[in-house]
Write a protein that binds this ligand. Structure first.
Ligand code: SF4
Length: 72
């Protein structure tokens, strides 16, 4: 499914928090959360599959982010 508006999970997604704190580039939010790129987090959420907060929309695990967000 292609999305052309805000992802239904955006308000609750850790990617939103990371972006607002300046921890990740705008491209993630632009291309996935408000764009049409297929998001691995979205797919896993729909399937009810657990996934870590530091998993990026393309499915990569950002270990630096994992360390940074410990204090969130
Ligand atoms: S990262 Fe994926 S699941 Fe989260 S708001 Fe963006 S598109 Fe939706």
């Amino acid at each position: 499914m292609k999305r052309t508006k805000e992802c239904k999970w955006y308000q609750f997604c850790p990617i939103k928090r990371y972006y607002e704190k300046g921890l990740i580039n705008v491209e993630w939010v632009r291309d996935y959360c408000h764009g049409t790129k297929k998001c691995v987090r979205y797919i896993m959420e729909e399937r009810g599959e657990p996934h870590p907060d530091w998993m990026m929309p393309d499915g990569t695990l950002d270990l630096n982010l994992r360390l940074t967000i410990r204090d969130f």
